[in-house]
Design a protein around this ligand. Structure first.
Ligand code: ATP
Ligand code: MG
Length: 253
């Protein structure tokens, strides 16, 4: 992989919580436009890794590079402005607001830096982005429903739409299919695939559904007890004996 193929690069990333090293010297590259999955047993450090990359927590050590730019220690908002968005393992939707309002709030970021007057033109940009998102994520019929009343699958879809509102170049998804039915999981997989294929989006996702990971990902990073255990193509990772005993071999919630 040449350096121009790399969209996101992580080196020696480490975070300690007291005596616990939740992420220990983790390094990998996410290729531009590709889908990279992070897998590993519960407590392996996957969400902590995402928190480090997305600026929710600061690393004890290591670096994060976004499209050649050192973004280590950037706040989530600065990262969003630089083109990196994320969705969370635990929902961050406003349940008491409508689907439309949730998207409107997220799309408002597009208006930033356009002056204090908040001109009609800027507001139109956000409004038209919301319309695009409602179509693209098949939420048009739900636009006026409260987010809290959507099905679980629709909520996760809305979350991805919220993360996409600012037109990021990199999207981090923490367990986008968690708690979903089989059909919803398949649909979400298709959605993620189309985001990468049709929009050239670079996707980094944490996912427990092994079948989905295997069918969706271009590259897989396996974590175990804070460390990177292995990385490679889905087939190579699946065939790795170390990975099998640490992950595939064990019953997993
Ligand atoms: N803010 C925190 N403070 C202290 N310990 C934390 C914090 N966040 C995570 N941990 C611990 O770090 C370890 C890794 O947790 P993390 O949530 O990153 O794992 P995970 O791979 O996402 O697990 P899961 O599959 O259950 O989502 C766990 O032992 C967890 O208890
Ligand atoms: Mg997690």
């Amino acid at each position: 992989m040449t350096s121009s193929d790399v969209m996101l690069s992580v080196r020696d990333l480490t975070v300690r919580f007291g005596a616990l090293t939740a992420v220990a010297d983790v390094g990998f590259d996410a290729r531009r436009g590709a889908i990279t999955a992070v897998i590993g047993p519960n407590g392996a450090g996957k969400s902590s890794l995402f928190n480090l990359i997305s600026g929710a927590i600061r690393p004890s050590k290591g670096s994060v590079t976004l499209d050649g730019r050192d973004v280590t220690g950037f706040s989530p908002n600065r990262l969003l402005a630089a083109g990196l968005a994320r969705s969370f393992q635990i929902t961050n939707l406003f349940f008491e607001l409508t689907v439309h309002e949730n998207l409107r709030l997220a799309a408002q970021l597009l208006e930033r830096g356009r002056g204090a007057l908040r001109p009609v033109g800027a507001s139109r940009i956000a409004a038209s982005r919301v319309d695009e998102l409602l179509v693209e994520f098949a939420l048009g019929k739900r636009a006026d429903e409260l987010a809290g009343t959507l099905s679980h699958g629709e909520q996760r879809r809305l979350e991805i739409a919220v993360a996409m509102a600012s037109k990021p170049r990199v999207l981090l998804l923490d367990e986008p299919t968690q708690g979903m039915s089989h059909a919803d999981t398949r649909e979400t997989g298709e959605l993620i695939r189309s985001l990468s294929r049709d929009h050239g989006l670079t996707v980094l996702l944490v996912e427990h559904d092994v079948d989905l990971v295997m069918s969706l990902s271009d590259h897989v990073v396996v974590m175990h007890q804070g460390h990177k255990l292995a990385e490679g193509t889905p087939a190579a990772v699946r065939a790795d004996p170390q990975v099998q005993s640490a992950y595939f071999g064990t019953a997993h919630a």
